[in-house]
Design a protein around this ligand. Structure first.
Ligand code: FAD
Length: 372
């Protein structure tokens, strides 16, 4: 622990997986950290995430490299805690709407980056992963053995245990928090609607889809492309599924307690909001998603919904992460990203390093807010 790190007071706003990971990494490096959140930890997008750990498909090389480092940190966690039922690396199985040439192009691209990618089809899929309904597979599919999944609410509890037992302060039910700046525009702390104010040497805004709203009063505009999304959890069921499935009508993965979770985007236009601002979805959509998911599983088990959660899924306007200190507001850092499950551990580590050392990490160079 360096003297500089141990003398720094940092306030992190938002106890989703990003804020919790950043706070825990800061705490590990000796900072005095206060994690402040509107209601309870894991109440935002991290409460309803498919949380498929991957870098499948096509994106910038910088984003791919960050995601691969993200997967690497989960692999380390997995190696240290193989008993965790909430983190698994049993691969991912993908097929798309497009014809075999689309799947082949994806596979060729993935292979060109050294991403572990295997073409398969109905007759060979059992060689890669069990309990898939052969008849559901399109002409061809891709199996990516290096992929996995995590249950974010479990990960958040796990990290918070370390954070609080190491002396980190968690402030829940704080209401909406805002960044306080001094006359020179430098971040000096956090004000909250219900829990008072906190001074800090640096502030981190990790408010998921609400990050743009929190930095807007500071004169920083972050384009926000966050859609409404939903995750359905099933009642316990004998399913035998190991891989994360990404298919044209349902994405499905195993979940602790022998349940499954599933999502997709084909029903996005059917969400409505009630008077309290909660998102609702017609029951017929849930039934259809369950039926589409059951079709993917050998034996087509009956899937019953135990519940669903819906809310905004954080996606910056151009789809890429927004990470690091705001040039306009010295001392104020942001973490606003899609694929925050895959990125949470690496972003927590790299941002904590930037905050405490003042040195910018090259892997985050492509993701600064100033690109907008
Ligand atoms: C349906 C769905 C599927 C997904 N699938 C994947 C996937 O397969 N792979 C992957 O890597 N990622 C996936 N993601 C994305 C990933 O889950 C998110 O990127 C990640 O959970 C975001 O975490 P976060 O901490 O940034 O935000 P959140 O989890 O939303 O946490 C932000 C927290 O900040 C709090 N907050 C907000 N405003 C304020 C304020 N003003 N004051 C105080 N507190 C505030 C909120 O209450 C919340 O608790 C998916 C997300 C969804 C919704």
């Amino acid at each position: 622990m360096s003297a500089t790190a141990s003398s720094k007071k940092i306030a992190v706003i938002g106890a989703g997986v990003m804020g919790v990971s950043i706070a825990t990494h800061l705490q590990r490096q000796g900072a005095e950290v206060r994690l402040i959140t509107e209601t309870e930890p894991a109440s935002g997008a991290s409460s309803h995430s498919l949380a498929w750990l991957n870098s499948a498909g096509e994106r910038s090389l910088a984003y791919h490299a960050l995601r691969m480092a993200g997967i690497d940190r989960y692999r380390t966690l997995f190696a240290r805690h193989p008993e965790c039922e909430w983190l698994r690396f049993d691969g991912g199985l993908y097929w798309g709407k497009d014809d075999a040439s689309g799947t082949l192009a994806r596979h060729t691209y993935e292979t060109s980056l050294g991403y572990d990618s295997h073409l398969t089809h109905a007759a060979t899929v059992d060689n890669f992963t069990p309990n898939i309904a052969h008849q559901a597979i399109a002409d061809s599919a891709i199996f990516n053995p290096g992929e996995g999944w995590v249950s974010l609410p479990h990960l958040i509890r796990f990290l918070l245990q370390e954070f609080t037992s190491g002396g980190g302060k968690l402030v829940t039910q704080a209401g909406k928090a805002q960044v306080i700046t001094d006359a020179a525009g430098i971040a000096t702390g956090v004000s909250t609607a219900k829990a008072g104010n906190f001074s800090a040497d640096s502030v981190v805004v990790a408010c998921g889809p609400y990050t743009p709203e929190v930095v807007e009063p500071l004169g920083v505009t972050l384009p926000n492309g966050s859609p409404v999304a939903m995750l359905v959890t099933t009642e316990p069921v004998e399913h035998g599924l190991k891989a994360v499935l990404n298919t044209p009508r349902a994405a499905v993965r195993p979940n602790p307690g022998n349940s499954l979770v599933m999502d997709h985007d084909w029903y996005e236009s059917q969400f409505t909001q009630d008077a309290q601002g909660n998102y609702q979805i017609p029951p017929a959509v849930i039934s259809e998603l369950l039926a589409e998911s059951a079709k993917l599983l050998a034996g087509q088990p009956t899937l019953k919904a135990a519940g669903y959660r819906a809310g905004l899924k954080p996606i910056p306007g151009d789809g890429d992460p927004v990470l690091g200190e705001l040039a306009k507001v010295p001392g104020c850092f942001v973490a606003f990203t899609h694929s925050g499950a895959t990125l949470a551990l690496i972003v927590g580590e790299l941002l904590a390093g930037e905050i405490l050392s003042g040195e910018k990490h090259p892997m985050l160079a492509a993701f600064r807010a100033e690109r907008f």
